[in-house]
Design a protein around this ligand. Sequence first.
Ligand code: 5AD
Ligand code: FES
Length: 358
Amino acid sequence: MEKPKQLIDKLEETSRLAKEEWTALIQGRNQEIAEYLFEKARYWQHKYFGNRIYTRGLIEFTNYCKNDCYYCGIRKSNKNAERYRLAQEQILECCQNGYELGFRTFVLQGGEDGWFTQEKLENIIRVVKSSYNDCAVTLSLGERSKESYEGLFRAGADRYLLRHETANEKHYRDLHPAKLSADRRKECLWNLKEIGYQTGTGFMVGSPGQTPEHLAEDMLFIRELEPQMVGIGPFVPHHDTPFAQEAGGTVELTLFMIGLLRVMLPDLLLPATTALGTIDPLGREKGVQAGANVVMPNLSPTSVRKKYELYDNKICTGDEAAECRNCLNRRMEKIGYQLVVDRGDYSRRDKGGELCTT
Ligand code: 5AD
Ligand code: FES
C-alpha cells in the first residue's frame, strides 16, 4: 500500500481511490499529511473559484418532521422541541430581506412536514421565482417521490440538497429508525440528478459508530454520484435525542474530509458549515482554508431561529441576517477571501469542464 502522500498525489491525478486506499489515507493521516492535502485543496479552490466564496441564504421554514433520526433535535419524538411553521408571507419577507442583502440563492429547508402539501410547496416556489427572477431556489425537504420532485422542479426549483448521511447500509440503520434506508436515500439522489436538479449531498463527520471504512464508502458514493455540492459538518450531540451522550465529530477530521473532497472533485461547491462554526469559533475560516467555498447564513426570522435546533449550541441564533452577512464578510476578508453575491451556479458537464458562473 502506498504512503498517504502518494495516495493524495494519486487522488489528485486520477480523481479516484479504491476503498482500501481511502481507508488507509483517512486512518494514516497526521498534521503533516493534512497540510500537504490542504495546500493542494487550496490550489484547486483558487484555480476554479479564485478567492470567491459563494453565499446562500437559508430559510428554515418548518421544524415539524415526521422522521425520527436518532441524531436530530427536531425528530418527531422530541416533545421538547417547540414547533413552528412560517406562513408564505413570512417566507417571502425572508427572501425580500435576503435579496436586499445581496443573496441570489434561497435555500428553503424544512423537516418532512406534510402540512406543506405538494400544491402549497409548488405555489411557494412559483411565487419566489416570479418575484426574484434572477435568483436560484434550492430545496432541502428530505425524501419525496420522484413525481413530487418532478413537480417541484417544474414549479421552478433549481437545486436540491439531501445529505446521504452515510453510504453504509448497516451504519445508516444505526442512525435511523428501521423504515429509513441508505438505498432509498440514494435512490432519491439519483432521481434528483436525473430530473435535472443541481444536487447536493453530504454526511456528518464523527456520527456515532462511524469508522474510516464508512468514510471511504462515503467518498466512493460521492465520486459515483458526482453531485454539484457536498455539505459536511461534524456530528454535534443534541441533549434531547438518543445520541445525547455520544461524542461529537472533530474539527480535525472534518477539515481533512473537506480537503479530500476538494482534491477529488476540484470544482465542487463545498460549504463551510454552521456545525463546523459551532464547535470551533474559527471553524468556518478553517473550513475555507481546507478547501470550502460556500457559506450558508441564516435568513429565518430571529423569532424562530432557536427552534430550528438540530444540535446543541448552534451559532447565529440571535443574529439578524444582516449581522451574519457582515460578520461573514469580515471573517472571509480577514483570511483573504471575498463573499460574492451572484447565483454562483455552473455545470461541469454543460461547459465541458469550463467553469461558468451566471
Ligand atoms: N449534528 C450535526 N448535524 C446534524 N444534522 C442533523 N442533526 C445533526 C446533529 N446533531 C444534519 C444532517 C442533516 C442536516 C440538515 O443537518 O446531516 O442532513
Ligand atoms: Fe452569524 Fe457571524 S455569521 S453572527
